[in-house]
Design a protein around this ligand. Structure first.
Ligand SMILES: CC(C)(COP(=O)(O)OP(=O)(O)OC[C@H]1O[C@@H](n2cnc3c(N)ncnc32)[C@H](O)[C@@H]1OP(=O)(O)O)[C@@H](O)C(=O)NCCC(=O)NCCS
Length: 183
C-alpha cells in the first residue's frame, strides 16, 4: 500500500473503501468550491459514487497504473492527490489534486505533489509529468509553477465545463529538470 508521512501532522495514504464516508462528506461540504473544476462532481453525488471513485483509484494502483491518495491532517481528510493517465511506453503521467476550501493556503497540495513527483521519477522511473488546468484556475496554476513545471502550451476550448468551453493550460516537468532542481 502507498503511504508517506510528510511531517508529524500530515500524511498521504492510498484511499481505501473504508474512507468512502470521509471522501463523500468532504465533497458534499465543498460542492460549490469544487464543482467548477471537477466536472464529474454532480449535484446527485452519492456515497456509492464516492466508493466507485475510491475503487477506480485502487484498481489503477493494483495494475501499477497510478494511484489516488488522501491528504490526511492527523485523522482529517483535507483533499486528494492523484497520479493518472500513465503511458508506460512514453514513461509519462499526469498529476491531479483538490482540497477542501478550508485547507487551502497551507501548502498541502504542493507538499503532497512533491511526494508524488519523487515517487514518479525515483520509484516508477517516469520521464515526464503533466498538469493540465483551466486557464482561469489561478490557484492550480500557481501549484504547477511553484513545483517548477513549465507552461508548454494552451489547448484552446479543450474542456466543456457544463456551460462553456474552457482553455486548458498544459504544464510539463521532466525527470532531468526535477533532479537538477534538487542539487
Ligand atoms: C488547486 C488547489 C488544490 C490549490 O490549493 P492551494 O491551497 O492554493 O495550494 P497549496 O496547498 O499548495 O497551498 C499553496 C498556498 O499555501 C501557501 N503556503 C503556506 N505554506 C506553504 C508551504 N510550506 N509550501 C508551499 N506553500 C505554502 C502558499 O504561499 C500558497 O498560498 P498563496 O496561493 O496564497 O500564495 C485548490 O485551490 C483547489 O482544491 N481548488 C479546486 C479544485 C481544483 O481546482 N483542482 C485542480 C484542478 S486542475
Amino acid at each position: 500500500m502507498f503511504s508517506h508521512k510528510i511531517d508529524e501532522n500530515m500524511e498521504l495514504r492510498l484511499l481505501e473503501e473504508r474512507h468512502a464516508e470521509e471522501v463523500f462528506s468532504l465533497l458534499e461540504q465543498n460542492r460549490i468550491h469544487l464543482q467548477a473544476e471537477l466536472t464529474w462532481l454532480t449535484d446527485q453525488l452519492s456515497l456509492n459514487d464516492a466508493k466507485e471513485y475510491i475503487r477506480t483509484g485502487l484498481e489503477r494502483f493494483a495494475v501499477n497504473n497510478g494511484l489516488r491518495a488522501g491528504i490526511w491532517l492527523q485523522d482529517h481528510l483535507a483533499g486528494i492527490v492523484s497520479l493518472h493517465g500513465l503511458v508506460w511506453i512514453d514513461r509519462k503521467a499526469s498529476l491531479g489534486y483538490w482540497l477542501g476550501a478550508s485547507f487551502q493556503g497551507q501548502g498541502l497540495v504542493t507538499k503532497a505533489c512533491r511526494v508524488l513527483i519523487n515517487h514518479s521519477f525515483d520509484g516508477l522511473k517516469l520521464n515526464r509529468l503533466e498538469i493540465q488546468c483551466d486557464s482561469d484556475n489561478h490557484r492550480s496554476r500557481k501549484v504547477a509553477e511553484r513545483l517548477g513545471f513549465t507552461q508548454e502550451g494552451v489547448l484552446r476550448q479543450s474542456w466543456w465545463s457544463g456551460d462553456r468551453f474552457l482553455d486548458l493550460v498544459v504544464y510539463g516537468l521532466l525527470a532531468s529538470e526535477w533532479q537538477a532542481g534538487r542539487t
